[in-house]
Ligand binder design. Structure first.
Ligand SMILES: NC(=O)c1ccc[n+]([C@@H]2O[C@H](COP(=O)([O-])OP(=O)(O)OC[C@H]3O[C@@H](n4cnc5c(N)ncnc54)[C@H](OP(=O)(O)O)[C@@H]3O)[C@@H](O)[C@H]2O)c1
Length: 361
């Protein structure tokens, strides 16, 4: 084996989790048999058995980002899908372990994690690796609409994107990966682009009530998420804001969020909060609205405004579809070297290949 030779394997990190299991099923449906990576051998083997590939499914047991990175360096899979969360810490070491020549996909939602992974762009080009961050509903459903609205037009002056996920809840507990994402988003503090520069604003800013194309309504408010960076890169607009339907819009909750953000920035308090939140019981519940929507409003210097939507069904199912589609493309060697958000890597039509529908004004 030369130094750059890869095994052709596709690894799913966090393969016992909700997204990990869903991505594994989708890859099997596309004719790929993924390697399942996690921290509990028995649960991994059960997840493998559910894929219907008999003994063909290989498992790798690794309990931390460091040990996963070590396995990736030694065993050289072709593509690694990271669903273990805490992406601000786990994404860079694991993506680096994929280089040279291996490819990487994650589902980061927080701004810090997305920006750290995109900072590996030059290293990824030199290594011939494609790194895709934010391969989930939020980033793709909004950046794809922005990219479509800005196609063949000069840079706009202002963009607002709204990530309006509707997600069914599985019974059980929240789990460490999701708890870490929630805390990371709260502690980033809201950011926006104003006059071409990142600026801080209050978490829960810009509360909105939006009428959706299917006749339902949804509330959303400002959030510091990876969607901001993706929308700014797709549009090159000097002013960009992001809202999300996952941010509490009740006045008392919005008032408490900034203080919570300061408290949870203390590492010891963050650890306690993530541990406690991870144990939060969740009741099985259907998704609250018919569809998940990505929405963008783009305004040009002469005042012209265009609005567009991307419709998907359940936000979690769509996230798994996006991650699986991006992974299958990388496994077929269809990525360009570099570090990208998903529409930047594969074009906005990745959003329809994953099952979404554009409604463009
Ligand atoms: N960008 C988006 O649009 C989007 C959408 C949905 C989800 N997400 C993100 O995707 C991630 C996965 O979500 P999920 O619902 O699948 O969570 P989940 O059900 O809790 O699954 C997480 C998986 O990662 C494993 N894991 C967690 N921490 C680990 C560590 N330190 N080392 C090794 N394995 C670890 C868990 O193993 P155990 O079972 O042993 O705990 C589990 O298998 C979360 O970060 C979530 O925020 C993003």
């Amino acid at each position: 084996m030369t130094q750059h030779a890869r095994t052709g394997e596709v690894w799913i990190l966090g393969a016992t989790g909700r997204i990990g299991r869903a991505v594994a099923q989708r890859l099997v449906a596309r004719g790929l048999t993924p390697v399942l990576v996690g921290r509990d051998g028995e649960r991994l083997r059960r997840a493998g058995a559910r894929l219907g590939r008999g003994d063909e499914v290989k498992v790798v047991i690794a309990g931390t980002a460091e040990s996963i990175a070590g396995h990736v360096t030694r065993q050289r899979p072709a593509v690694v899908v990271n669903t273990i969360g805490a992406y601000a810490e786990t994404a860079v070491p694991i993506a680096r372990a994929c280089m040279p020549g291996g490819h990487y996909v994650d589902l980061a939602a927080d701004l810090t994690a997305v920006s750290r992974l995109l900072d590996l762009h030059q290293d990824a080009i030199a290594a011939g690796s494609t790194l895709v961050t934010g391969a989930g509903f939020g980033v793709l459903a909004t950046e794809a609409v922005v990219a479509k609205l800005c196609e063949d037009r000069p840079p706009p002056s202002r963009v607002r994107v709204d990530a309006l996920a509707s997600v069914a809840t599985e019974g059980g507990v929240m789990g460490h990966a999701v708890a870490a994402t929630v805390v990371d988003v709260i502690t980033t503090g809201v950011r926006r682009y104003a006059n071409g520069h990142p600026a801080r604003t209050r978490m829960g800013a810009d509360p909105l009530s939006l009428a959706l194309p299917d006749g339902q309504t949804v509330k959303s408010a400002g959030v510091p998420s990876g969607e901001l960076l993706a929308a700014q890169r797709a549009s090159r607009a000097p002013s960009v804001t992001v809202t999300s339907a996952l941010v509490p819009t009740a006045p008392a909750a919005r008032a408490a969020l900034p203080l919570l953000g300061v408290l949870l920035s203390v590492p010891a308090l963050r650890r306690i909060a993530v541990r406690r939140m991870a144990r939060t019981p969740l009741r099985t519940a259907p998704r609250p609205r018919l569809h998940s929507w990505g929405h963008a409003v783009v305004t040009w210097p002469d005042g012209t405004t265009h609005e567009g939507w991307l419709r998907a069904d359940d936000g979690m199912d769509y996230t798994a579809d996006v991650a699986a589609e991006a992974t299958a493309r990388l496994a077929r060697g269809e990525g360009r070297p570099g570090a990208y958000t998903p529409a930047a890597a594969f074009g906005p039509d990745l959003a329809t290949a994953a099952g979404g529908t554009f409604i463009l004004g």
